[in-house]
Every structure is written in structure tokens, then in C-alpha cells.
Design a protein around this ligand. Structure first.
Ligand SMILES: [Zn+2]
Length: 69
């Protein structure tokens, strides 16, 4: 199969802004490539919005997307 998409970001040593995740303190990529910034992952992001998510869950109007990697 020929995939025209570019290779995964692994050849850019510089221009990477890392910030400590507010939830777990792990280095998180602070860039548009990370939709969960400043968190390191959806899990940590969800942690911060626990109460809000809980409310949304009760309503069940908009279930969060199941993001698998
Ligand atoms: Zn984290």
C-alpha cells in the first residue's frame, strides 16, 4: 500500500515545547499536535474535568469519543 501521509514526528529534535502535565507531572507536548495540552493524555485531561464529565455522563447527550491508538 502506498500511503502519501508523512512519517511520524521523530525527526524534529528542536521546536518541541514540553510542559509538566497538571495532573501527573509528566512531560506533555505543548503543541497543536497534542489535543490534550497542557495535559499529557486524554486520561489526565478527563481527570481534571471529572465533575464536568460526570454531569455530562448523567445527561448522556454527548458521549466522549473512544480514542484508541
Ligand atoms: Zn498526565
Amino acid at each position: 500500500m502506498s500511503d502519501p501521509s508523512p512519517p511520524p514526528a521523530a525527526s524534529s529534535p528542536a521546536k518541541k515545547r514540553m510542559v509538566p502535565c497538571p495532573n501527573c507531572r509528566a512531560p506533555a507536548l505543548f503543541s497543536p499536535a497534542n489535543p490534550y495540552r497542557p495535559f499529557c493524555s486524554a486520561r489526565c485531561q478527563g481527570h481534571d474535568f471529572g465533575a464536568w464529565a460526570n454531569e455530562a455522563y448523567r445527561v448522556g447527550a454527548n458521549p466522549p469519543p473512544d480514542d484508541k491508538e
